[in-house]
Design a binder for this molecule. Structure first.
Ligand SMILES: Cc1cc2nc3c(=O)[nH]c(=O)nc-3n(C[C@H](O)[C@H](O)[C@H](O)COP(=O)(O)OP(=O)(O)OC[C@H]3O[C@@H](n4cnc5c(N)ncnc54)[C@H](O)[C@@H]3O)c2cc1C
Length: 439
């Protein structure tokens, strides 16, 4: 059988493009490396990759610079979305010059309409006052007292289904938080075929045109599938591997960003931040933002300082920056990046503000620690203008990319809404081409 489209990967990008195309009558085959991800334990599926950070400069005041960095992602149906904290950045030009919408406009791609459509599909809205937990409210007040502008975080939560458990990262068991599994199910209901536990190795092409993929099924057999068009959405760490295996190498695997973050936290008896909807509010500072965040990583670090605390006694703030897109994926699987002078400036400014806010809240300053540098939004590794054009097509005809790898620069903001919008845009282009071909 020759499918209309093969979609590789079922995360933010793959699930969306598969849904849009199958709902509009195309024969879609979805190939997914991982298996089904159970709600309630998605967090156990998180994989971490070592992130080797070369420090352009360092500062001995900030211990977190000494810890090894890491990148987080999931391989399973729904991609990394089941563990998301439901944060939805509108990626509009008003927040920061690095917004993806502004970045794509440089390449003559306007995705505003798709952002509105995706916001509606994902039920995006600001966290209501009634859902703002008591500790989050106290953090809001402390921030305002210090003169910082605070606003509710836009979330993709269907609030009537939400019981405020604060366990978004485990994969919502109430069906309140959107994740890619919902779109995969809708695609399958509309007739798409899903083959999970199938790892695509390369795209098959000849005379400059893609016509299929080759991969390995769960029994270890090599299999090929054919289609008119191939859409890679294997995520920013895996799409480059498939491209390189397919002899498309120029600029591939370079320009990695990760939206680096740390969580700064300390001891506050009965804070219970871990029981509230995470990251319910934010305070924007251009290339970085601060948001309440409980991280269990803080607990052993606090113990080293003599504070043996329980989860409910920890209060933390995430500092997330738009890091420079200078990383690369090695052929040996290594991931390296330089932490530039500017990255360090953003992180340390955010750290200092977090300490100021925590102290205002009543946190014992001697208990304050920061986690290692982590990244949960890898992107940039097959960027628009370098690897794909404005239509998200590579130099191989009929081979497209619909995931975070096409975003050129770090937004420093949650990318799911942007990726779903891009995928919607690609689906519209494909549908338009199909109609033209049929006529
Ligand atoms: C803990 C955590 C919390 C987060 N919270 C948020 C948030 O609140 N808001 C937000 O916007 N973002 C959040 N993110 C980031 C967000 O989840 C990712 O940026 C987003 O899912 C990336 O989408 P993608 O389509 O590029 O890739 P992914 O969602 O990672 O999907 C890639 C898919 O491709 C599959 N795949 C990989 N290789 C192959 C192969 N060879 N063959 C077949 N299939 C393959 C994978 O299994 C996976 O299903 C969070 C991330 C983490 C780790």
């Amino acid at each position: 059988m020759i499918y209309d489209v093969i979609v590789v990967g079922t995360g933010a990008g793959g699930s969306t493009v598969a849904r849009e195309l199958s709902r509009n009558g195309l024969d879609v085959l979805i190939l997914e490396k991982g298996g089904l991800v159970p709600s309630g334990s998605a967090v156990t599926q998180i994989k971490t990759a070592d992130l080797k950070l070369n420090l352009e400069v360092t500062d001995s005041k900030y211990e977190f610079l000494n810890y090894p960095g890491e990148l987080m992602y999931i391989e399973g149906v729904g991609g990394t979305t089941p563990v998301s904290l439901a944060n939805a950045c509108y990626a509009c030009t008003s927040c920061y010059y690095n917004s993806p919408t502004a970045q794509f406009k440089i390449h003559d791609l306007e995705i505003f309409e798709e952002l509105l459509e995706a916001s509606k599909d994902l039920k995006v809205g600001p966290l209501p006052q009634t859902r703002t937990g008591p500790m989050t409210r106290k953090i809001w007040d402390a921030m305002e007292k210090l003169g910082y502008f605070v606003e509710p975080m836009p979330k993709f939560i269907d609030y009537p289904q939400c019981n405020n458990c604060g366990l978004c990262i485990e994969g919502c068991t109430h069906g309140a938080k959107w994740d890619g599994r919902e779109f995969v199910n809708q695609a399958v209901q509309a007739g798409a075929k899903l083959v999970s536990e199938f790892t695509v190795n390369k795209v098959l092409h000849s005379e400059g045109k893609a016509w299929g993929v080759e991969g390995i099924d769960k029994q270890g057999n090599i299999k090929t599938y054919q289609a008119q068009r191939i859409i890679l959405a294997a995520g920013a760490l895996n799409t480059p591997k498939i491209l390189k295996n397919s002899q498309l190498t120029k600029g591939v695997g370079e320009g990695l960003f990760t939206d680096l973050f740390i969580t700064v936290g300390g001891f506050l008896k009965n804070a219970k931040l871990n029981k509230e909807i995470p990251m319910g509010i934010k305070s924007e500072f251009g290339a970085y933002f601060l948001s309440p965040h409980f991280s269990s990583q803080l607990i052993p670090l606090m113990a080293e300082k003599g504070f043996h605390v329980k989860n409910e006694d920890v209060v933390g703030l995430m500092v997330k920056i738009a890091d420079e897109a200078n990383g690369s994926l090695g052929d040996d699987g290594s991931i390296t990046k330089t932490l530039t002078r500017n990255d360090l400036k953003l992180l340390t400014e955010g750290y200092d503000k977090a300490v100021e806010i925590l102290t205002e809240l009543g946190v014992d300053p001697s208990s304050i620690v920061a986690t290692s540098l982590r990244g949960a939004h890898p992107g940039g590794t097959a960027a628009m203008g370098r690897v794909v054009n404005q239509a998200l097509e590579t130099s191989i005809k009929n081979l497209f990319i619909a995931d975070a790898s096409v975003i050129p620069q770090a937004p420093g903001r949650p990318p799911i809404l942007t990726i779903t919008s891009l995928a919607k845009r690609l689906a519209k282009n494909v549908l338009q081409d199909t109609v033209q071909l049929k006529n």
